[in-house]
Ligand binder design. Sequence first.
Ligand SMILES: Cc1cc2nc3c(=O)[nH]c(=O)nc-3n(C[C@H](O)[C@H](O)[C@H](O)COP(=O)(O)O)c2cc1C
Length: 138
Amino acid sequence: MPHLERLLYASTATGRTDSLLNMATILAESQRNNARDGLTGTLAAHDGRFIQVVEGTTSALDALLRRLAPDPRHRDIVVLDRRPITERRFTEWTMASSRLGPETAPVLERLMATPDTSAAEIVALLHEALEIGQSRAA
Ligand SMILES: Cc1cc2nc3c(=O)[nH]c(=O)nc-3n(C[C@H](O)[C@H](O)[C@H](O)COP(=O)(O)O)c2cc1C
């Protein structure tokens, strides 16, 4: 069985992250490609920054990073963590989008500003943001 890995990165948006059209376009492309490539994860955008968790095989993640790097919609990609995992955390989502609420955004900002924050904490927070979003929508 191919090894699964989880990638966590942050980048700086070049366009507006509060534009629904910008976000919907990125999500639609991501969902189409990720379904094909067996990738799952979530993308959060806040205040001109993206933070994304993606899970999949080593080769699918390498291919994604090669496409992400030259994408003019963001710059300054910083890989915060990449590690082998035994199971997926975002199984149900080819690419979810967590709208960061008033409680989540400041916590995430604080975590990202702290160099020794474990990636696990950031991933857990993004997962939580997704669940909050879902229960609000329900
Ligand atoms: C913040 C951000 C996140 C993205 N996430 C993904 C993703 O999860 N999967 C994906 O295939 N493309 C993603 N993209 C788009 C890629 O950079 C690239 O444009 C796309 O994969 C090319 O797809 P195509 O070969 O079908 O044209 C993302 C782009 C941005 C700006």
